[in-house]
Design a binder for this molecule. Structure first.
Ligand code: ADP
Ligand code: MG
Length: 342
C-alpha cells in the first residue's frame, strides 16, 4: 500500500484548473472579471487561434503592487475577501483566489501591471507553475495578462479543444454577456489581429439599449418593454421581449444577479410563469434583466464558475420577479384577449 503524502503545489493547481478552466473562454471570463473587479473602464481582449495560442486581456483598472504580483498567482490568495463575514457580503466577481494560480499552471503565463499612482510597472512570468521574480516593465496604469499555449502541458485537455472558430464563438458569446453586465465599460475583442467587436461605454439608457440591440438583434428595442421596479429591498431593471421577440431556442436570455450572469431554477420558473399565457408552447422569451439585492441575500459560493447562486429567500425573490414581469406584460395580455361579443 503506498503511503499518504501531500501533493506538490503545482499539481494541486493543475487539479484545481480542471474545475475552473475548461476551455479558452473560461480563461477570458476569469480575466475580464478580474478587470471589472479592479474598476476597469476599458477592457481589451486579444485572441489568437481561438485562444489556443494566445489570450490577452488588458485593462485600465487599479493595477497590482509589485510585491503583490507573486501573490496574485498563488492559490487561495486574494485581495477581495479576508473573513467569513466578507464572504457573506461579497460583491466582487471573484473571491476564491484561484483563477490565476490555476491558469498559470496549465499555460505559459505573464502578467504586467502598474499600480495607480506609481510610475513603474512590473512583470512576472510563470511557466508550468514555475514563477520568475518580478522585473520592471513598460505598462500604462492597469494590468495585462497573457495566457499562451493553453493546456500545452496537459495533453489530455489540449486534445479536447474544439475547432478555432468554435472556441472563438464561445469567447464571443461570453464577452457579449459581460458587455451586457457592464454597459458603463468599453470592451474590445480581436481575433488573429482583426477587430471583431467594439462596445463603447454606454453613458445613458438609450446607449445601453443600443448595446442590448447589438447582442439581441436590431429589432429588439421595438419588440421589448422597459422594466424598472423596486420592492422588498430588491430592484429589477432591464428589458423583456414581447411575444413577437420570442425564439424557438432559449438562447437569448440574460439574467444578472448583482452584475453576475446566472442560470437559476427559481428565476427560470418565475419568468416562465410570467410569460405563460402570452407565449405559445415551445417559444422562449428574450430578455436582459438585472436583479439587484443585498449580497447577504444571495450565496454565490455554490459553483466553481459561480454561474449558479442560491437565494436565501427563494419564495420572496420568485414572487417579486413573477409579479413585476406579469404586470409589465399585462398590456400584451389585454391586447391579445379576444373581446367578448356584445
Ligand atoms: P480572485 O479574483 O478570486 O481574487 P484571482 O486568481 O482571479 O482570484 O486573482 C488574484 C488576485 O490578483 C486578485 O484578488 C487581485 O488582487 C489581483 N488581480 C488579478 N487580476 C487583476 C487585475 N486585472 N487588476 C488588478 N488586480 C488583479
Ligand atoms: Mg478572479
Amino acid at each position: 500500500m503506498p503511503r499518504i503524502k501531500p501533493l506538490p503545489s503545482d499539481l494541486i493547481n493543475q487539479i484545481a484548473a480542471g474545475e475552473v478552466i475548461e476551455r479558452p473562454s473560461s480563461v477570458v471570463k476569469e480575466l475580464v472579471e478580474n478587470s471589472l473587479d479592479a474598476g476597469a473602464t476599458r477592457i481589451e481582449v486579444d485572441i489568437e487561434l481561438g485562444g489556443a495560442r494566445l489570450i490577452r486581456v488588458r485593462d485600465d483598472g487599479d493595477g497590482i503592487a509589485a510585491d503583490d504580483l507573486p501573490l496574485a498567482v498563488t492559490s487561495h490568495a486574494t485581495s477581495k475577501i479576508g473573513s467569513f463575514d466578507d464572504l457573506e457580503h461579497v460583491a466582487s466577481m471573484g473571491f476564491r483566489g484561484e483563477a490565476l494560480a490555476s491558469m498559470s499552471s496549465v499555460a505559459r503565463f505573464a502578467m504586467t501591471s502598474r499600480l495607480r499612482g506609481e510610475d513603474q510597472a512590473f512583470r512576472i512570468e510563470v511557466d508550468s507553475g514555475r514563477m520568475q521574480a518580478a522585473r520592471p516593465a513598460q505598462h500604462p496604469q492597469g494590468t495585462s495578462v497573457e495566457v499562451r499555449d493553453l493546456f500545452y502541458n496537459v495533453p489530455a485537455r489540449r486534445k479536447f479543444l474544439r475547432a478555432e472558430r468554435t472556441e472563438f464563438a464561445h469567447i464571443d458569446d461570453l464577452l457579449k454577456s459581460l458587455a451586457l453586465a457592464r454597459s458603463g465599460a468599453e470592451f474590445r475583442l480581436s481575433h488573429n489581429g482583426k477587430s471583431v467587436r467594439v462596445w463603447k461605454a454606454a453613458r445613458d439608457e438609450n446607449a445601453m439599449l443600443m448595446r442590448v440591440a447589438e447582442v439581441l438583434g436590431a429589432e429588439f428595442p421595438q419588440q421589448s418593454l422597459r422594466i424598472d421596479h423596486a420592492a422588498a429591498g430588491m430592484r429589477l431593471s432591464g428589458w423583456v421581449g414581447l411575444p413577437t421577440a420570442s425564439r424557438a431556442q432559449a438562447d437569448s436570455q440574460y439574467f444578472y444577479v448583482n452584475g453576475r450572469l446566472v442560470r437559476d431554477r427559481v428565476v427560470a420558473h418565475a419568468v416562465r410563469q410570467a410569460y405563460a399565457d402570452v407565449l405559445f408552447h415551445g417559444r422562449h422569451p428574450t430578455f436582459v434583466l438585472y436583479l439587484e439585492l443585498d449580497p447577504v441575500g444571495v450565496d454565490v459560493n455554490v459553483h466553481p464558475a459561480k454561474s449558479e447562486v442560491r437565494f436565501r429567500e427563494q419564495r420572496l425573490v420568485h414572487d417579486f420577479l413573477f409579479r413585476t414581469l406579469h404586470e409589465a406584460l399585462a398590456e400584451t395580455r389585454a391586447g391579445q384577449t379576444v373581446q367578448p361579443e356584445s
